[in-house]
Design a protein around this ligand. Structure first.
Ligand code: NDP
Length: 286
């Protein structure tokens, strides 16, 4: 039976660390880390997410602002707000909640966020630094996955690592981080042939697909570490991951649950990146 990788415990340890670091930064430099969240339209899930971020900021001593804009907001108006936040010295992190309404060019907006305030790590400049192996801001979900593995002393070096999913938000950056930690990484996607054969070789398997219970026990090697990134809503409204948790738990050595696994790590890492940004502002003011 697999040991549970508890995202609540690991994320709390990150939050405690951020609270301590932010308080020291304030004491030493007078700088309070500040995060601005921008939400366009009224997506219910995004609103809950943004509200949770605000509460999380309050708890660790991070100043936070929410900018809720109507769905009809033009691209120009949104660009104007992002540029204003880029210049705002109270703000060290800018988060533009995705998805944006269809009439707004998401790529253009994300590229307008200053790379120095891009705490999500989505700007091409920060993606480049990540690929180079010198990340400034590691995207929050991938960074959170590495923190979880480290917390449970799970060694990545030399392991066969399989990531299912190649998105810019999860699959690609987490693959890069695992590669930098010396995993032998294979990235799978919807065109991968014989997926079961590939996943069956994984010592560490990361599922970032967005399909409920897609990874079944016959796709998993005995003793594998299984990280489930997926968040899917079932017909009864409850959340479930991409992994068939019950059956895969019987085979894996470690497994993350959904909810309570990778999810809580994402906000914790966002707080951490906001602190990092404020700290580098303090250093550049010296
Ligand atoms: P995307 O939809 O952007 O990417 C999904 C990936 O899965 C794609 O690369 C796709 O392949 C691949 N895929 C789809 N079907 C198959 C298949 N049949 N076989 C193999 N690969 C397949 O999703 P995201 O990466 O943004 O998110 C993935 C999941 O993680 C979602 O459930 C999302 O809600 C969740 N998530 C959770 C977060 C958290 O904080 N815990 C944060 C971000 C996301 P292809 O490229 O070929 O289409």
């Amino acid at each position: 039976m697999a040991e549970l990788i508890d995202g609540k415990v690991v994320s709390q340890s990150v939050r405690d660390e951020v609270a301590e670091l932010a308080s020291k930064l304030k004491q030493d430099t007078g700088i309070v880390p500040g995060l601005a969240a921008v939400l366009v339209g009224d997506d219910a899930a995004s609103e809950i997410y943004v509200r949770n971020k605000r509460k999380a900021c309050e708890k660790v001593g991070i100043y936070s602002e929410e900018h809720k804009l109507p769905a009809e907001t033009t691209e120009e108006q949104l660009l104007g707000l992002v540029n204003k936040l880029n210049e705002d010295t109270k703000i060290h992190g800018i988060l533009v909640q995705l998805p944006l309404p269809g009439h707004i060019d998401e790529t253009k907006i994300l590229r307008t966020v200053s790379p120095l305030k891009d705490v999500d790590g989505f700007h091409p400049y920060n993606v480049g630094l990540l690929v180079e192996g010198n990340p400034r801001f590691v995207s929050c979900t991938p960074g959170g996955i590495i923190k979880m593995l480290d917390f449970y002393n799970i060694d990545i070096k030399g392991k066969d690592v399989v990531v299912v999913g190649r998105s810019n938000i999860v699959g690609k950056p987490v693959s890069m981080l695992l590669l930098h930690r010396h995993g032998t990484v294979t990235i799978c996607h919807s065109r991968t042939k014989d997926l079961k054969e590939v996943t069956g070789r994984a010592d560490i398997l990361v599922a970032a697909i967005g399909r409920a219970n897609f990874i079944t026990a016959d796709m998993v090697k005995d003793g594998a570490v299984v990280i489930d990134v997926g968040i899917n809503r079932k017909d009864d409204g409850k959340l479930t991951g991409d992994v068939d948790f019950e059956a895969v738990s019987e085979k894996a050595s470690f497994i993350t649950p959904v909810p309570g696994g990778v999810g809580p790590m994402t906000i914790a890492m966002l707080l951490y990146n906001t602190y990092l940004s404020a700290k580098s502002t303090a250093e550049s003011n010296k």
